[in-house]
Structures are given as structure tokens and as C-alpha cells.
Design a protein around this ligand. Structure first.
Ligand code: GDP
Ligand code: MG
Length: 597
């Protein structure tokens, strides 16, 4: 094998600093896609990704570049998801590279995600090329950003590449930097095969397409391989590269990035981070870093109509084919009926999945408020993991622990007071504060994940006029004084409304929830009491008064068409409503707990 003309790299950046646009320019300049084919942000394939302006799944593309030294280089660009929910995938994508391009917006400077991504790149021993982007903007301050990269990150920024992904300035400099500064992959084609799985997708016709970086050895069509963590064996039907569409090749060898197709039907058989090797002459040790991803956030999903239960199951299973981090199991609620408890990596992941179920699978569903996993130790010594407040035992609890994260917030210094106040409210434990420059501060807190899942990010943004950036990582479980609050509608406990909360906040949240429900539940023909309870003790109460007049009574039974119109209107209004007893409750109500002020 000859690896001296290969370079493998990722682009890392804080959201909106220009990663996708820069990738587009690189693809365009190298002729990987013609201008005509070029849709904006080619690497962000899913519609939702485009809409939300985020990259959800990692993508890979091979491009060819004629460098100034006269040689032709094969460059593999591996795009990484930018959001903390998908940090494990970022880490695996980076492990498939020798270098990373670190994009920093010349008008914004280093942000929380910039740092989080740099740490991951450093953990993977990558060569980092700092790139200062958006230099076309009048308020670009290249010198200041260079200083920040040096002071905050500790990287030499004197040779930072200056680009405008918008106008194309600096793209050639960047390509030259990739060729000259990113290390040549190790040439170990003669060693036993080790391929790192860094992504996969499910193709309706061909089954699972597995994305691999070959670290050692060679793999080709006809080879028999096994997945090292499970021992499962497969025949290779095709190998190839993405350029940018799937393009079969004769083989992939050490240093290459591409795909394999092997008749795998279930994406769970090829987990991201796993190693493949040949059955004949296998490697003895897998590559470092395989671990199972753990969902952090759980919610109940229920079809609006019970007829859709099987469809919902099929739809979630289909999404799971492309998303091994998605977990689900059947769940029943006394008020919502049959549904599923679904585990997500984070809130954004949850939002995306629900949106896809609605859009791509046409399933109307209700989701309950998300919950974290509580660890409950019983008097008997038994330890239970509770991902649903409904299941918290009533008696015999010795103590409860909840997941904590370390949160890093970067913010202009005039907002420090607001941020600290918010973190205290969210039961945060102050850790440290550092000045990045004369304008900005980096604050670090330990926070309960449950508080972040609720509305932390929105509040942080609104209290800092949108200037704060935020990142977090899971650090472990800590004991907390937690209690369950139940909500009763017309005297019946609505299990899907129950939530677990710190005892100091129970009264306040119970009251706020009851007030919120009074707002969002429409008036009925009769009076509806809404109560919050801790055990058998009622801690808050509101009443939704009965509707004064029956709208239909006005029609005297005379004007049929008018009556029909009214009925239709009411039916529309009932969309995404669920009857509990005889009370109609809109979807909004189920997420009320997320929006208590
Ligand atoms: P990503 O979130 O890092 O992938 O960022 P995007 O590539 O989606 O870019 C975010 C926004 O910045 C988009 O509106 C881009 O058009 C814009 N943008 C990206 N690069 C530049 C640049 O060099 N100059 C200017 N003026 N705008 C840019
Ligand atoms: Mg992007």
C-alpha cells in the first residue's frame, strides 16, 4: 500500500461558525461536485438537518486534490455532528482521522463547543489546524481571535489559515495546509485487518452500509469478516468510497476511509466504535474505544389513536435501523393507554425523533415530558433505575441519586451575575471562573442533568441576550432529596403528568404546573379541578370553570351547514388532544412541566 498521498481529517467548530459552508467550498473547489450539482450544505443530507442547520449524523467523503507540489492527494473529509447529544459519534469520527480543522468565527471567537471539540481532538492525538473563518465580515477581528486560540485553547495560532467560506478566500491555503500539516496515515497494509466503524446507515435495498476507516491491513470484496465485540461473521459483498455518492472500489487498505456492504440487516450488528477484522488471519486486539452509548433522557410516546400502535412500533424500529442509540420498550399509562418508553441521547435527539415520526411516518403522537434516569436504593439494599416517574416506588426508599453534569458556559462578563443566578436556581454547584480576555468569561458549574433537560438552555440564552454558549458532560450520580409530585385532573391521577423534583422545589413546581395546566386545558362543559399532590397531601389546586354556553345551542338546530362547520372546527381543535376520563387534554399540557417559570 501507499499511504503517503492520503490525508484523513474532520472539521470541528462551534455551531454556526461555518463548518458546513467550508466543507461545501472544499467539495466544490476539488471538483468533487460540480457547481451545478452543488446544493448548499451537501454534507447535511437529512431535510431536518438542513432546516435546523445542524449536522446530526457523521458523513464521509473522499476528494482528490492536485497540490502545489504537483502530486495528487486523496483527502478523506469526515463530517462530525456538532451537538453535545452526539458527542460519542464525534469522538469516533475523530478517531478515524489524523487531523482536524478547527473553525473559529472571526467575529465570535472561541465558544463552549469549540473547546469541547478541541478536547476530543486532543484525546485522539490529532494534529489541529486552526482556521479563522468569516474574515469577509466587517467586524472580523483576526488578531483577537488568534490570541484567544492561543490563550484559551493553547494552540499556536500564528499559522492559522484565514478563510471566508462565503467568498472562497483561503480555500487553497486550507487545502495546502491539510496536505502539508496533517500526518500521513501509518502504512500498515501488511498487518492483520483492523477497521474502525465510525458510522452506518440503513439502505432499503442493500441493507446496512457500514462506514469504516481501515487502520491496518486490507479488506476487499469476497472477504469474510467478523465484528470483534460480538464475534458476528459476515461476507463482504462490496467495498467502496463516497465521492460523494457510493462508488465501488477493488479494495480498501490501511489509511483509507470508505464503506463496506455485507448483507447486514440490522444496524445493531455494527455498532459505531467497533472493530472489524478478517476471519482468516484476525487481529488479536480490537481498536481502542468501543463503548455502548447510554441514552440519558427518556420519554413516553403514545399514538393519538390506539389504531396506530403497531404503526408507531414499526416506525420507531425503522428509525432504530439508522440510529443504534435509540432504545425503546412498550409502556402503558392508565390515561394514555399503550405506548413506548423511548430513550434518547438528549433533548435535541428526542425532538428530532418525534419530528421524524410525525413527518416521515405520519404518526400523530403525544409525548410525555422527558425524564432522566434516577438511581433508587431501597431499604432492602436493592438498587433500581427509574426512567419514568410513574414507576417510583411509594414506600421503602432509602435514598435517590440523580445524574450530574459538568457545565461550561462562555459569556461576556456583563452577564456573569445572571448566569450565576440561573445556575444557583438550577441547583448548580459553583466550580470555577476564568477570564478568556478582557470581555469574556468561562464559568464552570456542576448541575443536575434533570434541570438542564427542563429549560436551562432557553433561559441561559434569554438571560444573556443570546451571547452565552454552553456545553456539558456527564460526570456521575449524586444523592439528592427528591420527591414525586402527582397531578390530579378531576380527582384522577394523570400518571403521565407525574414528575420527580427536588423537595425544596416541590411546592413551587406543583403550583406552577397546576397554573400552567389551567391555562392550556380548554374549558369543558363542566368544572374541572386540577390538583398537585405529594403522596396523599394536596399541595396546590386550581379549577377550570365550566364553559358558559354550548356553542351548538346557538344554532337552534336550524342551520345545518353552519352546524357542520362548527363541528368540523371543533374536530380540528381536537387534533393532538387526548381524552382523560371525559376531559380533553392537548399535547402542550404534557410538556407543561418543561415550561414552568
Ligand atoms: P455550521 O453550523 O458550523 O455548519 O455553520 P454553517 O456553515 O451552517 O454557517 C452558518 C452561517 O454562517 C450560514 O448562514 C453561512 O452562510 C454563514 N457563513 C459561513 N461561512 C461564512 C463566511 O465565511 N462569511 C460569512 N459572511 N458568512 C459565512
Ligand atoms: Mg453545519
Amino acid at each position: 500500500g501507499n499511504s503517503s498521498n492520503k490525508r484523513n481529517f474532520s472539521i470541528i467548530a462551534h455551531i454556526d461558525h461555518g463548518k458546513s459552508t467550508l466543507a461545501d467550498r472544499i467539495l466544490e473547489y476539488t471538483g468533487t461536485v460540480s457547481k451545478r450539482e452543488m446544493k448548499e450544505q451537501l454534507l447535511d443530507k437529512m431535510d431536518l438537518e438542513r432546516e435546523k442547520g445542524i449536522t446530526i449524523k457523521a458523513q464521509a467523503v473522499t476528494l482528490f486534490y492536485d497540490a502545489k507540489d504537483g502530486k495528487n492527494y486523496e483527502l478523506n473529509l469526515i463530517d462530525t455532528p456538532g451537538h453535545v447529544d452526539f458527542i460519542y459519534e464525534v469522538s469516533r469520527s475523530l478517531a478515524a482521522c489524523e487531523g482536524a480543522i478547527l473553525v473559529v468565527d472571526a467575529t465570535q471567537g472561541v465558544e463552549a463547543q469549540t473547546l469541547a471539540n478541541v478536547y476530543l481532538a486532543l484525546e485522539n492525538n490529532l494534529e489541529i489546524i486552526p482556521v479563522i473563518n468569516k474574515i469577509d465580515l466587517p467586524n472580523a477581528d483576526v488578531e483577537k481571535v488568534k490570541n484567544e486560540i492561543e490563550e484559551v485553547i493553547g494552540l499556536d495560532a500564528q499559522d492559522a489559515v484565514l478563510t471566508s467560506a462565503k467568498t472562497g478566500i483561503g480555500i487553497v491555503d486550507l487545502l495546502e495546509a491539510i496536505v502539508n500539516r496533517i500526518p500521513v496515515p501509518k502504512d500498515s497494509s501488511n498487518e492483520p485487518l483492523r477497521g474502525l466503524i465510525f458510522d452506518s446507515h440503513f439502505d432499503d435495498y442493500r441493507g446496512v452500509v457500514t462506514y469504516i476507516r481501515v487502520m491496518d491491513g486490507v479488506v476487499k470484496k469476497g472477504d469474510k469478516i467478523k465484528v470483534m465485540s460480538t464475534g458476528k461473521e459476515f461476507d463482504i459483498l462490496e467495498v467502496g468510497i463516497f465521492s460523494p455518492n457510493m462508488h465501488p472500489t477493488s479494495k480498501l487498505e490501511a489509511g483509507d476511509v470508505g464503506y463496506i456492504i455485507s448483507g447486514i440487516k440490522n444496524i445493531n450488528d455494527t455498532r459505531v466504535g467497533d472493530t472489524i477484522t478478517l476471519i482468516k488471519n484476525p487481529a488479536t486486539e480490537p481498536l481502542e474505544g468501543y463503548r455502548q452509548v447510554q441514552p440519558m433522557v427518556f420519554a413516553g410516546l403514545y399514538p393519538l389513536s390506539t389504531d396506530d400502535y403497531e404503526d408507531l412500533r414499526d416506525a420507531i424500529s425503522k428509525l432504530q435501523l439508522n440510529d443504534a442509540s435509540l432504545l425503546f420498550e412498550p409502556e402503558t399509562s392508565s390515561v394514555l393507554g399503550f405506548g413506548f418508553r423511548v430513550g434518547f441521547l438528549g433533548l435535541l435527539h428526542m425532538e428530532i425523533i418525534i419530528e421524524r415520526l410525525r413527518r416521515e411516518h405520519n404518526i400523530d403522537l403525544i409525548s410525555t415530558a422527558p425524564s432522566v434516569i434516577y438511581r433508587v436504593t431501597m431499604d432492602s439494599g436493592e438498587v433500581m433505575e427509574i426512567d419514568n416517574p410513574m414507576n417510583l416506588p411509594k414506600l421503602g426508599i432509602k435514598y435517590i441519586e440523580e445524574p450530574f453534569v459538568k457545565g461550561t458556559i462562555i459569556v461576556p462578563k456583563e452577564f456573569v451575575g445572571n448566569v450565576m443566578e440561573l445556575c444557583q436556581q438550577k441547583r448548580g454547584i459553583y466550580k470555577s471562573m476564568e477570564y478568556l480576555d478582557e470581555m469574556r468569561t468561562m464559568i464552570s458549574y456542576e448541575l443536575p442533568l434533570a434541570e438542564i433537560v427542563i429549560d436551562f438552555y432557553d433561559k441561559l440564552k434569554s438571560r444573556t441576550k443570546g451571547y452565552a454558549s454552553f456545553e456539558y458532560e456527564f460526570i456521575g450520580y449524586k444523592e439528592s432529596k427528591l420527591v414525586k409530585v402527582d397531578i390530579l385532573v378531576s380527582e384522577n391521577i394523570v400518571d403521565a403528568f407525574s414528575f420527580i423534583v427536588h423537595s425544596e422545589n416541590a411546592y413551587y413546581r406543583g403550583r406552577a404546573m397546576v397554573e400552567k395546566l389551567k391555562e392550556v386545558i380548554p374549558r369543558q362543559q363542566f368544572e374541572v379541578p386540577i390538583q398537585a399532590a405529594m403522596g396523599s397531601r394536596i399541595i396546590a389546586r386550581e379549577t377550570i370553570r365550566a364553559m358558559r354556553k354550548n356553542v351548538l345551542a346557538k344554532c337552534y338546530g336550524g342551520d345545518i351547514s353552519r352546524k357542520r362547520k362548527l363541528l368540523e372546527k371543533q374536530k380540528e381543535g381536537k387534533k393532538r388532544m387526548k381524552s382523560i376520563g371525559n376531559v380533553e387534554i392537548p399535547q402542550e399540557a404534557f410538556l407543561s412541566v418543561l415550561k414552568l417559570d
